[in-house]
Design a protein around this ligand. Sequence first.
Ligand SMILES: Cc1ncc(COP(=O)(O)O)c(C=O)c1O
Length: 381
Amino acid sequence: MPGNELIGKEEEVQVADVMKRGVLFRYGFEKRRENIFKTFEFEEKFAQYIGVKYALAVSSGSAAVRVALAALNIGPGDEVITSAFTFIATIEAIVETGAIPVLAEADNSLNLEPKDFERKITDKTKVVIPVHMFGVPAKMDEIMAIARKHNISVIEDTAEACGGSYKDKKLGTIGDIGAFSFDYVKTITTGEGGMVITNEENLYQKSIYYHDHGHDHRPNTSRGKESRKHLGFNYRMGELQAAIGLAQLAKLDYIIEQQRIHKTYLKKEISSVKGIKFREIPDPHGDIGAFLFLYLPNREKKEKFEKALNEAGIETGIFAYWHYFANVEPSAYQGKEVHLEMNGQTENLVNRAVLFPIAIHQSEEELKKIVEGIKKTSSVI
Ligand SMILES: Cc1ncc(COP(=O)(O)O)c(C=O)c1O
């Protein structure tokens, strides 16, 4: 997810524009900043790009999920269902609210399996967080139908799939709230940063309160005199991050286009290799092409295959630890309650999968080397 590959002149110009006036804070200082508000501008442009009414920039993708949960009033006594295959931040954000994370299996798409999501619903379930993992949309039609039937809110964790879509709807806009990450390895980056999006004014308003100590941001009122009716914390984005975000957002379509070209080429060239299967893609048109996953028949063959590839100088991605909850030491949870009744399905998929990260700057030669490597190495399967 290589926004960081394209950091260049455009980002420099944007940052210099902020430095010229020296206002690094998103609110206030109107005179000194000559009415230039990079964070507001980034939010506006991001909302326009995604096609959503409201966007709120925050300090990270983790913060985006946390703020989204706060906007939905999630707290102790509630249960939040998410996929067993997600980056650990999704689960941490739930734990931070005092609610209980309930994990459901992933299916061949490596995203939340609708059937297991429904199975895990109890009368305490308030929210489901499907995660569009490694650039690929989750099965949103099925997930939305189940969620609506049971009156459960939906937060789409879109940290890893910025710009992707599902049946022509941009990811993040299908549920009640979308959460994005712009950390250094995401599709577009602001160094650290995130975005909360929604079409509901009420959820937007609550997100604003929560991300800035409950400030009500009254017009023509100095910050020190604003009032506070809601609990909050500090998850604000700064002007420098937003400035970089503006430059990166303008590159997003190009990034996705290049990733898709590379992924399509790889898939086409290795499609006849025996013993490997592709990850299921619920809507191929909406995949941002950031990664290629292959499944091998079993763990033993996968380990042999990957080892041989790595020895041949072909890089594969590491994903089975931080992205798979059961592999993270329970001690990291310090006694917090997490519901982990799993049937082994996700574990089986994770253990058989090999990951190839896709980059913008991969040359034809590098892509060919991956193809040749996979073809040659397939003899060990
Ligand atoms: C699925 C998912 N959710 C949330 C996050 C958290 O984003 P951040 O690193 O910006 O806090 C990440 C980051 O890797 C992620 O992959």
